[in-house]
Every structure is written in structure tokens, then in C-alpha cells.
Design a binder for this molecule. Structure first.
Ligand code: ADP
Ligand code: MG
Length: 232
């Protein structure tokens, strides 16, 4: 459901690191537009800048130069606190290692990001929201389980539910199937595909061509540049 609304516009984004007196151009002039409802796979060899791009899109890192427009607002030079607020409420993150807290139940893991939102939620509202996103990933039958009591595929589905809890405009997933076996990889990708049908926007980094083939658009990076953008 690509509805044509631009979520992100990156113009000539650069991110340079200095290591031992040498400059590393992790991002070397990235131009990219992301439209609401798109599913974009980012591929490319190790060290090509994929994670740096994700950190930049997710307000976890600031570019050295260039212009970024997020939801029609120029965010190239916004304050640290506004960045933290966008990170907490407008972007959902899914990681290779799931990053669930072992001592918390499935439900408490999923509602945790609501704590960082400015809005205040009652326990009852949190339960309702948490249960609803867990239903979307078919994990509502495991509310009181701990992460250690779940399979890898189930843990990733819970992490995906957590990424949805604030109704973000964009989900960023860095190698989300990297720790999964083939059958769980398939189930997680089917889940992402059904969420795309429901209207989420997803940027997903992968080394895996089969995973990349689920996306409508594939972007290939090399040496901090986009060398291919296949929307076919
Ligand atoms: P990928 O995710 O595609 O493997 P990264 O975005 O992690 O690539 O890294 C891109 C380049 O930037 C690499 O050459 C990497 O060594 C360098 N780099 C990444 N993060 C840092 C950092 N914090 N300090 C110095 N160099 C970095
Ligand atoms: Mg990486």
C-alpha cells in the first residue's frame, strides 16, 4: 500500500569517522527518498555503510553533512532531545539479536517503549495496546512467557510487536533474520509482508537474497554509496 506520502528525504548525506588520523567515509553522499508503505531491502557487502544508514534514519547517529527531511520537517540540525523523542516514538527498531529484556514478560517487553513516550498510559491502556500488537504478530497466547521460554522466531515476532507499539511511521530492521533458521526466517518474512499489506513502512538490511526478494525495492550499497536502486 504505497500511498505516495514522503516519509524521508535524504540529500547528499555524509557520515565521516576519523580513525587513527584517517577518514572513513561510512556514508559518502546518499540521496534517498522513502515513501509511506514501501518495503525497502538494503543489501551490500560488510562495511558498505548499511548499519550507518540505519542509525542515521533512526536518529541514533547524526550525519556529518547533508540534508534530512523527516515527515516534512528539516531534521538535519535538530536538538538532541527532539532526536530522542523521534527515536522513541516515530521509529520502530528490530534487531538481529531481538534485544528483549530477559526478566520481563512478553507483554511487559512489548509495552516498554510506551514508558519513553511523552503521553501517559494507564496500566489498562498499556495492556490493551500490547495485546493488540501481539495479536498482529500471532503471539497473544504468550503474554506471560519470558523470552527464554520462546523460540528464536517467536522472540523476533515479539520484538516486531514491540516495534509497532507506538504506531511509528517507519520500522527499521537490521539483519532481523540473521539469527533464525530457514523455517523461522520464512515465518518472520511472511509476517513483515502481511504488515506491509496493513500499511507499515519498512527498511530492512539483509545479507540474504531470499530475504531481499520479499521487498518491492532493493537498494545496494558499496563504499558508503548507493550503487543500485531497483524498484522493479
Ligand atoms: P555495514 O553495516 O554495511 O557492515 P557499517 O555501516 O557498520 O557497515 O560501516 C561502514 C564503514 O564505517 C566501515 O568501514 C566501518 O568500519 C566504519 N565505521 C562504522 N562505525 C564506525 C565507528 N563508530 N567508528 C569508526 N568507523 C566506523
Ligand atoms: Mg551492519
Amino acid at each position: 500500500m504505497v500511498d505516495g506520502k514522503a516519509i524521508y528525504r535524504l540529500e547528499q548525506i555524509r557520515r565521516t569517522y576519523e580513525v587513527g588520523g584517517e577518514l572513513v567515509h561510512a556514508l559518502d553522499g546518499i540521496d534517498l527518498s522513502i515513501t509511506s508503505g514501501e518495503f525497502i531491502a538494503v543489501i551490500g557487502t560488510s562495511g558498505s555503510g548499511k548499519s550507518t544508514l540505519m542509525h542515521t534514519l533512526g536518529f541514533m547517529d547524526s550525519p556529518t553533512a547533508g540534508k534530512m527531511v523527516f515527515e516534512e520537517q528539516d531534521v538535519s540540525n535538530i536538538s538532541r532531545s527532539l532526536r530522542a523523542q523521534f527515536r522513541a516514538t516515530r521509529i520502530g527498531f528490530v534487531f538481529q539479536a531481538f534485544n528483549l529484556l530477559p526478566r520481563l514478560s512478553v507483554l511487559d517487553n512489548v509495552v516498554l517503549p510506551l514508558t519513553y513516550s511523552r503521553a501517559r498510559f494507564s496500566r489498562k491502556e498499556k495492556m490493551a495496546r500490547g495485546t493488540s500488537v501481539l495479536e498482529r504478530v500471532n503471539m497473544a497466547h504468550r503474554l506471560t512467557h519470558r523470552p527464554s521460554q520462546l523460540s528464536g522466531g517467536e522472540r523476533q515476532r515479539v520484538a516486531i510487536a514491540r516495534s509497532l507499539i507506538n504506531q511509528p511511521s517507519l520500522i527499521l530492521a537490521d539483519e532481523p533474520t540473521g539469527n533464525l533458521d530457514t523455517s523461522n526466517r520464512g515465518r518472520v518474512m511472511e509476517l513483515f509482508s502481511s504488515l506491509i499489506e496493513e500499511g507499515i513502512t519498512l527498511v530492512l538490511v539483509t545479507h540474504d537474497d531470499e530475504v531481499a526478494n520479499y521487498a518491492q525495492r532493493r537498494i545496494c550499497m558499496q563504499d558508503g554509496k548507493i550503487i543500485e536502486d531497483d524498484q522493479g
